[in-house]
Structure formats: structure tokens, C-alpha cells
Ligand binder design. Structure first.
Ligand code: ADP
Ligand code: ZN
Ligand code: ZN
Length: 750
């Protein structure tokens, strides 16, 4: 170890966003350094020929490197750290738990502009509001310019001013219309009213009064849930609010949030989906007068930095965001809420693969505040934690108000005549529903026209050249497309193999069902919601608006429909193909399937009209389906947990999956064999090392894929093994020739 020559010289040990485990040492900057120097500040350091942003981890007196060769920190970007000591501790914990390089973990906690080294100042935003004539005008007068009409209606419904950030969150293409409405003097550039928007307000307790509109009169179960959480504010505790869709969870959140705000504390609310933020945001704004910030990937970097900084300074009371908002610093934290906690979107699936739910719980513990998880279909892990008395269960068994729970039924389609996936019984049912002027929702979790193109003459199948997968037919665009790597080619008319055979689409996609619906119900309005039809910015929002205005008769879509949207006039929901979800090799599949069914069902009959859910199946006796229908999700979950226990699968054991891919077909396996050797050497027998095996999709985007599963009935043992293993894996000679990543607590094994 080289000692410092100059006694006064300090060494900064820093983390840099790079896929390596080590930290880097630099000499402290020459400029006068404020004392004491606190970990967490951002620095600019020379790195190779470039400069990089680094995060100070600690100041030390010695280095394992040759001091003479250490470079010097060029600039300190912050005088004091933007993150609190507790949040820094959270990042260290997360880096350790997920075995992920600390620099990348730090980087994930900061918004992009700060990651790039920009200074931590808030760029102010423009606000727009209605003029007097804008308030008075009938929006129908703008019906020839639908975009302007919809912007105007947004303002009229909202009743106060909207910021650039809020408009972008609502609809990405608002700028032109707003400009035109400014020209027409229906809108004006203005300051926000009530201090209600995301402008910084200086007051510490976010202004008074907090409530704009009155709360609903709660039913006893709602009240019990509110009392339970409000009775233990300002201390750590995890609560699971389990309530069917429409049971009034959001009302419970809002009443708890009110109590937290009254203490002058901030609330972090995480949602799985961007598209759900406007809905919740509207409800919050109708209730609360405080500043609300939002954060998700549709906002610009500047806007996200603004949300981050206003929360950090305590100038904003509520942050609504998706997974990445989890690390936003809170000056005065009071509560973390995760809505739809079971949703897989809370798990980051690349890079730093953290679970926002699990990290939120750890954050709540460090901050000593309650964490509230909400779902109609809680994750099995969460229910396990309830059973273990680690989390407290708050149950809302009924729908709130007058809404009635939907009736689920199976429709046996064995040997039945089908038209592009629709049985005659279902078609008749759709007809009856439409005749009553009610809406129908059809769910099929596969986009495109058909998943396979096959030659009737010779059996040739259109395959992706880069993946072990078939190309999906997209008739509308005349394309064949791979849903795994994005590779596409023109739809061929002639079989490339035999040149004579007839090419036939095999299987069902939403596009195909849409075509048959258009023939069967020619006078009805049909909307298809999937990733293809909603690619354009703002189009999903437009469709949702049309649906809610009753301008749509049939809604057809993929899992996009399963998430939290309200369709009050839908009374019939049909799941066209439940069978395809019943036979996956991944042990998580039944859980996801059950959640999906219940979530889709929850879209039906949310208002006064009762809803029905029909599932077409060729497996009417399948236990998953029958349990779910006759006994509900809780029963299903109990059975599923018992099965997991029997098989020693999570949450009764702990897993980490090492995924590897490379252009070379042999290298991933060779690399993993070397890992196995290392692992066996360090394993004390408490961890099973399963593999290496080819990934379920063995080739993807031209890369060959292998994986190795670590599983242990004891978490500490698993992590102890990974602790020694990961830095050694990094140094394996094969490691340079492959891409590898570790997934702790994987939510799928693909
Ligand atoms: P969830 O979030 O569980 O889906 P919501 O909070 O959105 O449920 O409530 C569903 C509907 O029931 C909403 O329209 C809401 O206004 C209404 N609601 C909630 N609680 C009550 C209540 N106590 N009395 C009457 N209506 C209620
Ligand atoms: Zn052929
Ligand atoms: Zn492909």
C-alpha cells in the first residue's frame, strides 16, 4: 500500500457509472475544498481521454494505487450532497443487494441532467390558463380542429392553469395546439393559481388549506385501513391494501395522504404505468391544493430534473411517478405508496435490475416512514410477507359505492365453430350487449395479425434470422416483424421455399380480430389498443378519451387494457384465449395469468351497471381457472403459494439468475462453466447451482444466450456466495468475450 507523501493530500474514492465493481481513487481537487467534504457530491474527473461524472463515496488517506499516478479531481459540482445520508445508505444497500456496480446505482438515482453534470438549479416552466372567453366558449365550436378542441377541453375540465410538464405528461403533441389557442386568445400565458401546480412554493407546509374538495364518506373497511396507517405515521411499517378493483383504494390513499400533508411531510406515489399518471393526477388535483410533481419517461429531462429538485428542496408535496422516481430525494419524507404493487413493471429488466417495491420497503425502513402497497391481486411474495406478519394486511372486500363485482364465467369452445377466435356464443353475447348501448371489451394478449406465417404447400415458416422465433404478420403495414429484436421485412406473397404453396396465417393477433369485428359489426365503432395502434404520441390518450365519452362500442386490446383504466360503460369483458397462458415453463406464469384475468375483469361494470366476464377456453376444468372463478384470487394465491412451498420455489427460496449472451455460440456456455467452477469452490453447500442451460429463447438478436440459476433456501448464504463470486467473475478471461448480467430475485426466467 502506497502512503501519501504529502500529509495534507486527500484522496477521493469515487463511483463512476461504468459496468465494473471497483471504485476509483483521485487526488482531491486543488481548489479550496469546503470542509467537511461529504460523500454523495458529484465531481468531474478525468477518465482516459475523456471526462466523467463521479460520485464521492469516501475521503481516504491512502490508496492501493501508486499515488504518483493518481489523477486529480477536476471540479466539484456540488458543495453539499443532493442526497441525504439515509438515501446514500439506500444506494449502498441496493448496490450490495443487487450486486450491481455502485456508479450505475448512483447514476440511477439522479435525473439525466444531473447525471450529465449540469448544475442543480430549477429551470422554471411556463404555465397556461384559460382566458375569460376560453372559459365561456363551447368546445364544440372547435370540432373542425380536434386537437385544439381536446386541449381546450383539457383546460376546461381542469379548471386551473397547467404547466408545460403537465401538458407533456398528458399529451406529447400539445405545443402547436396551445400556440393556436393562444393566438385565438382562448388561452393565456399565466401564473398558476392556488400555488396548486408544480411551481416552487416557499411555504414549508405546502400552504393551507390542503384540501380543495371534500373526501367521500368511507365505508367501515376503508375507515379501518385509513386508521391503521394514520395510527402509525412517522414510523416504519409495511401495509398491504388488498382490494378488488373499484373497492376504493384510491380514496383510502387520498385520506391517508391528507394526514401526512397536514404534518408538513411529503408523499411519494409510484405507479407501474405512465398512462395511469394523468388519471391519478387529476383525482389528486381535484382533492388537494398542494403542489404535485410528476416524473416518468415521457417528460423531458429538464422537467424530470425539475420534479426531482422540487421534491429534494421540499417545495413540492406529492410526487407521482413510475419506477425510476423511487430514488427521488425527499426533504421531509412521510409516506411511500406503491399502487398495483404486483405489476412486473416495478422490476427493472435491464442494467440495474432492482425491484422498486422491494427497494421502497427498504427505503421506508431507513427513513422510518410507512410504506403502503396496494393491489387487487397482490404478488405472492407480498402475501407471503403478510402471512409471516412482516406486512400488515388491510382488506377492502367489496366494491365501494353501488358498484357490483363482475361475474366470471368460462365458455367451453371445444368443438365449437369459431370465426377468427370468436365463438358463436360470444358473438351473440356481444350483439346483445351492444343492443343495450353498452360497451364491450375484448382482450387478446398478442398484437399483429397472426403470430405465424406458414406455407400450406411445403410447411415453410417465416422465421427471424436473428432469433429463435417466428416472424409476426402485420398486414396493415404489409410487414413481417420479429417481436424480440425488431427485425422486419416485407410480407412475402410467394413461398420462398417451394415457390408454389399458399402462404397461410396461423394463430390470432389483435389485428386479425379487429378485421373480423369490423365485418361482423360494420355499423359499430371499434378501437384497437395495442403497442402498434398507440405508437404515436398522444394516441392512447385520445382513444381513452373517446372511450370515456361513449364514442366507442367495442374496445379490443392487449395487456395495455389490464392496467387500471376506468371504462365505466363496459359491461361485457371477454378474454379470447386464456389457454395460451396456461402452459408456460416459467413457474411465475400461473400467478401472472391469474393477475391478468382478475385485472382485465376489473374493467367491467365499474359504475352502476353490473359487468360480466367471459373466458373462452378449451380447458374448462383447469384448476387455475376453476379456483379463480369459484373462489377468487385469494384462494388461488393460497393454492399457488402452497405449490411453491412444496417445490421450494420463491418466496420459499431465493434466486439469482446469471444471464449471458454472445455472438459466438460456444462462449456463453464456456463462460458459465468457468463460473460454475468458481462457484463450487466458494459454495458452502447452501446454494444450488443449476445450469448452465440454454435460455428458453436460445438465440435472440443474433446473440446466443445461456443462463445459470443460483437458488438457496437461505438468503444470507446466497448473497454471501454472490459477494465473493461477482468480483471474481468480472476477472474471468471469458468475461471480456460475453455480455453478462445478474438478476437478483428474477421475475421471469427468460
Ligand atoms: P380503486 O382505486 O380500488 O379501483 P377507487 O378509489 O377508484 O377504487 O374507487 C372506485 C369508485 O368508487 C370511484 O368512483 C370512487 O369515487 C368511488 N368510491 C370510493 N370510495 C367510496 C365511498 N366510500 N363511497 C362512495 N363511493 C366511493
Ligand atoms: Zn412452400
Ligand atoms: Zn428477431
Amino acid at each position: 500500500m502506497a502512503k501519501l507523501q504529502n500529509k495534507n493530500e486527500l484522496i477521493f474514492r469515487v463511483a463512476i457509472a461504468l459496468p465494473v465493481y471497483r471504485l476509483f481513487d483521485y487526488l482531491a481537487p486543488e481548489q479550496l475544498v469546503p470542509t467537511p467534504i461529504k460523500p454523495g457530491i458529484r465531481l468531474e474527473v478525468p477518465f482516459g481521454k475523456a471526462k466523467k461524472i463521479a460520485y464521492l463515496v469516501e475521503c481516504v488517506q491512502h490508496s492501493d494505487m501508486d499515488i504518483g499516478k493518481l489523477k486529480r479531481v477536476e471540479r466539484m459540482l456540488d458543495e453539499t450532497p443532493l442526497l441525504s445520508t439515509k438515501d446514500l445508505a439506500l444506494l449502498h444497500w441496493a448496490g450490495g443487494y443487487y450486486h450491481h456496480p455502485l456508479g450505475e446505482v448512483f447514476s440511477a438515482a439522479f435525473p439525466v441532467t444531473l447525471r450529465q453534470g449540469k448544475s442543480a438549479v430549477i429551470q422554471t416552466e411556463k404555465f397556461y390558463s384559460l382566458t375569460e372567453s376560453g372559459k365561456a366558449i363551447d368546445s364544440e365550436l372547435l370540432k373542425r380542429t380536434p386537437k385544439q378542441k381536446s386541449v381546450l377541453e383539457k383546460f376546461q375540465a381542469h379548471q386551473s392553469s397547467l404547466s408545460e410538464m403537465e401538458l407533456s405528461a398528458w399529451n406529447g403533441s400539445w405545443r402547436t395546439s396551445v400556440k393556436q389557442l393562444l393566438d385565438k386568445q382562448l388561452l393565456q400565458l399565466g401564473t398558476p393559481e392556488f400555488g396548486a401546480n408544480s411551481t416552487p412554493s416557499a411555504s414549508e407546509n405546502f400552504g393551507n388549506p390542503i384540501i380543495r374538495s371534500n373526501a367521500l364518506q368511507c365505508n367501515p373497511q376503508q375507515q379501518a385501513a385509513i386508521d391503521a396507517v394514520c395510527g402509525s405515521l412517522e414510523q416504519f411499517g409495511v401495509f398491504l391494501l388488498e382490494g378488488v378493483t373499484g373497492s376504493g383504494k384510491t380514496e383510502v390513499y387520498m385520506q391517508i395522504i391528507r394526514s401526512v400533508l397536514e404534518k408538513g411531510q411529503q408523499v411519494l406515489v409510484l405507479l407501474p404505468e405512465i398512462t395511469l399518471t394523468p388519471q391519478l393526477e387529476n383525482r389528486f388535483r381535484q382533492r388537494f391544493t398542494v403542489s404535485i410533481a410528476i416524473s416518468h419517461s415521457k417528460l423531458t429531462d429538464r422537467q424530470r430534473a425539475c420534479s426531482w429538485l422540487t421534491m429534494q428542496r421540499g417545495e413540492c408535496a406529492i410526487l407521482l411517478g413510475t419506477r425510476s422516481a423511487l430514488f427521488t430525494p425527499l426533504k421531509n419524507p412521510g409516506l411511500i405508496i406503491l399502487d398495483e404493487e404486483h405489476d412486473a413493471s416495478f422490476k427493472q429488466q435491464e442494467g440495474f435490475r432492482f425491484s422498486a417495491r422491494d427497494v421502497a420497503v427498504v427505503r421506508g425502513k431507513l427513513l422510518n416512514i410507512p410504506v403502503l402497497l396496494g393491489s387487487a391481486t397482490p404478488a405472492l411474495e407480498t402475501l407471503h410477507n403478510v402471512n409471516n406478519k412482516r406486512y400488515r394486511l388491510l382488506h377492502l372486500p367489496e366494491r365501494a359505492g353501488n358498484a357490483i363485482a363482475p361475474v366470471l364465467q368460462l365458455l367451453d369452445i371445444r368443438n365449437k365453430k369459431m370465426q377468427e377466435g370468436l365463438s358463436e356464443a360470444l358473438i351473440a353475447d356481444i350483439q346483445r350487449t351492444l343492443a343495450k348501448n353498452e360497451q364491450v371489451l375484448l382482450f387478446l394478449n398478442r398484437r399483429g395479425f397472426a403470430p405465424t406465417l406458414i406455407c400450406h404447400g411445403c410447411g415453410w415458416v417465416a422465421r427471424c434470422r436473428r432469433c429463435d422465433a417466428n416472424l409476426v404478420i402485420h398486414y396493415d403495414e404489409g410487414m413481417l416483424r420479429c417481436h424480440h429484436c425488431g427485425q422486419e421485412q416485407r410480407l412475402v406473397r410467394q413461398c420462398p421455399a417451394c415457390k408454389t404453396g399458399e402462404l397461410t396465417p396461423l394463430g390470432l393477433g389483435t389485428e386479425r380480430v379487429e378485421k373480423v369485428l369490423a365485418e361482423l359489426f360494420a355499423d359499430k365503432t371499434i378501437v384497437r389498443l395495442d403497442r402498434d395502434s398507440t405508437q404515436r404520441k398522444g394516441s392512447l390518450e385520445n382513444y381513452l378519451q373517446q372511450i370515456n365519452q361513449g364514442a366507442v362500442d367495442i374496445i379490443l386490446g392487449t395487456q395495455m387494457l389490464a392496467k387500471g383504466h376506468h371504462f365505466p360503460n363496459v359491461t361485457l369483458v371477454a378474454i379470447l384465449d386464456v389457454d395460451s397462458g396456461l402452459f408456460s415453463i416459467d413457474f411465475h406464469a400461473p400467478e401472472k395469468m391469474a393477475q391478468m384475468i382478475v385485472q382485465v375483469s376489473g374493467r367491467a361494470g365499474r359504475a352502476e351497471k353490473p359487468g360480466r366476464v367471459i373466458m373462452q377456453t378449451r380447458q374448462p376444468e383447469h384448476p387455475l381457472l376453476t379456483t379463480l372463478i369459484s373462489e377468487g384470487y385469494s384462494s388461488f394465491a393460497r393454492t399457488a403459494l402452497a405449490e411453491r412451498k412444496e417445490a421450494s420455489l420463491p418466496p420459499f427460496s431465493y434466486q439469482a439468475l446469471l444471464r449471458v449472451q454472445a455472438a459466438d455460440a460456444q462462449m456463453p456456455k464456456l463462460f458459465l462453466q468457468a463460473v460454475v467452477e468458481l462457484a463450487q469452490h466458494h459454495n458452502n453447500g447452501q446454494t444450488q447451482i443449476l445450469g448452465p442451460v440454454a435460455a428458453p429463447m436460445a438465440r435472440r438478436a443474433g446473440l446466443y444466450r445461456y443462463q445459470l440459476l443460483f437458488q438457496s433456501s437461505r438468503r444470507p448464504e446466497l448473497h454471501a456466495l454472490l459477494d465473493v463470486l461477482m468480483p471474481k467473475i468480472e476477472k474471468l478471461k471469458q468475461a471480456k468475450k460475453v455480455r453478462w448480467s445478474l438478476d437478483v430475485d428474477p421475475v421471469d426466467l427468460y
